[in-house]
Design a protein around this ligand. Structure first.
Ligand code: AMP
Length: 208
């Protein structure tokens, strides 16, 4: 979990590489549905491009289809984003005979958010997330050669709105997990490698 730009996608990719997890980014799942050109995708685009959350029922039914088809350990990236989603996740995991082991909140001061997001680009092809300087030219992914794009919900106005939604709907999820012994906050205002080091320390601590 974390506010927009906290580094959820970047850190999830590192966790996937190191621990061979199944990565479920609900944002990517939704963007995939939009890219498919389906009617559902058109509906979703209208919602997420405005910086709003898609309705819980829609999100959950899309998610359950993916979770029920993998035996791997999973990293959920950007889910749950509401208390209702956290409740359904508990119920779903129990039904599927799985556990939630850890809940990691990556924190970032709000003053950092807009700057971080306005430099963010993502690769259409491999999903790599990059941060470019103001002088950046070209739109080619250095990893796979795919085309880089700026997410339509990454404009300063949309980011401001996404932060409001985050405060209203997602921050209460913190209270849902606080006190379960699974919840930890990691300082996201460091280099990606430092954040990852902190996360690993937490993960290893819990495994001991
Ligand atoms: P992200 O890629 O995680 O930043 O998500 C991008 C956008 O997708 C969010 O601003 C929401 O509009 C939507 N979204 C992603 N995850 C969820 C979720 N768990 N519940 C509702 N909407 C979501």
């Amino acid at each position: 979990m974390g506010c927009p730009g906290a580094g959820k996608g970047t850190q999830s990719a590192k966790l996937v590489d190191t621990y061979h997890l199944k990565h479920i980014s609900t944002g990517d799942v939704l963007r995939g549905e939009i890219a498919s050109g389906s009617e559902l995708g058109k509906q979703i685009a209208g919602i997420i491009n405005q910086g709003n959350l898609v309705p819980d029922e829609m999100m959950i039914s899309m998610l359950e289809k993916i979770v029920s088809t993998t035996d791997k350990d999973i990293i959920f990236d950007g889910f749950p984003r509401t208390v209702a989603q956290a409740e359904v996740l508990d119920e779903m995991m129990q039904r599927l005979g799985r556990n939630i082991d850890r809940v990691i909140m990556i924190t970032l001061p709000e003053s950092e958010v807009v700057g971080r997001i306005s430099s963010r680009r993502q690769c259409q092809k491999c999903g790599e997330i990059l941060h470019v300087g103001p002088e950046a030219s070209g739109n080619v992914c250095p990893v796979c050669g795919g085309e880089l794009y700026t997410r339509p919900d990454d404009t300063p106005e949309r980011v401001k709105h996404r932060l409001e939604v985050y405060h209203q709907d997602t921050l209460p999820v913190k209270n849902y997990y606080a006190g379960t012994g699974k919840y930890v906050e990691i300082n996201g205002n460091q280099t990606p490698d430092q954040v990852f080091e902190d996360m690993q320390q937490y993960i290893l601590e819990k495994v001991k």
